[in-house]
Design a protein around this ligand. Structure first.
Ligand SMILES: C[S@@+](CC[C@H](N)C(=O)[O-])C[C@H]1O[C@@H](n2cnc3c(N)ncnc32)[C@H](O)[C@@H]1O
Length: 220
């Protein structure tokens, strides 16, 4: 794992997300230093990968996912893509100002609902979601205990997970991010098995995009 060791409190993190929610356009959920054209291209590429992996989930389940959990939906950049592949989507985010924008962006989508939750404090649902999508969220969970709680909750809450996180960056990683490998996340997700793995190259920066199945037969 790389990143700074500087102490950052929960309140600092919450304030940073409130600040980011005030940025223009895609910079609210992507690097502000990147040109808009790169952010737009990366977003298209990410939607494609998420859509491909949700189609793979449908193949494995033998039907289109009936329920999907989007973890850290931000401004709803990827929510319509998930809604196009699942009967119902529950999208959560810890930042009210991000959720307001996601609700506005997805206003026409009757199958999506939103709630303000932190994934590391979320209760495990009685019934697993068929699938979940988590893009560039866990890399921002700085506290290792919170990361463990988040990963355990995810592993117990869904049959499949598309997890996309930066693993290599060309520029120094900010104090708000931690680069971790897929194996480091998997070690915190009991029963997780990689079903599909891709490397997504964003002009030098790389993310892994992993489709993870949980619980052996439960994941089939
Ligand atoms: C970089 S943005 C990515 C948003 C979205 N997944 C996307 O790809 O466009 C990270 C989002 O995760 C949210 N977030 C960060 N930590 C979280 C946590 N512990 N629980 C829920 N949401 C969290 C932030 O509020 C922010 O909206």
């Amino acid at each position: 794992m790389t990143g700074t060791t500087e102490q950052v409190t929960d309140e600092d993190v919450a304030l940073e997300w409130r600040r980011r929610a005030e940025r223009p356009g895609l910079a609210r959920v992507m690097r502000a230093s990147q040109p808009d054209t790169l952010n737009t291209g990366v977003t298209e590429q990410t939607r494609q990968v998420v859509g491909d992996q949700l189609a793979l989930v449908a193949e494995h389940l033998g039907h289109r996912p009936r329920s999907a959990l989007e973890i850290g939906c931000g401004i709803g950049r990827l929510t319509p893509t998930i809604a196009a592949h699942a009967d119902r989507v529950h999208a959560v985010d810890m930042t009210p100002a991000m959720l307001d924008q996601a609700r506005a962006a997805c206003g026409g989508l009757a199958t999506v609902d939103f709630s303000c939750e932190r994934i590391d404090r979320m209760a495990v649902p009685r019934q697993r979601y068929d699938t979940a999508v988590c893009v560039w969220v866990l890399m921002h969970v700085l506290d290792e205990e919170q990361l463990t709680a988040a990963c355990h909750t995810i592993a117990a809450s869904t049959r499949y997970l598309t997890l996309i996180e930066y693993e290599g960056a060309n520029v120094p990683v900010s104090r708000w991010s931690r680069l971790r490998t897929l194996d480091e996340y998997l070690a915190l997700m009991p029963g997780g098995e990689v079903v599909d793995r891709r490397v997504v190259d964003y002009g030098g920066d790389t993310s892994f995009a992993a489709l993870i199945g949980f619980g052996g037969e439960a994941g089939r």
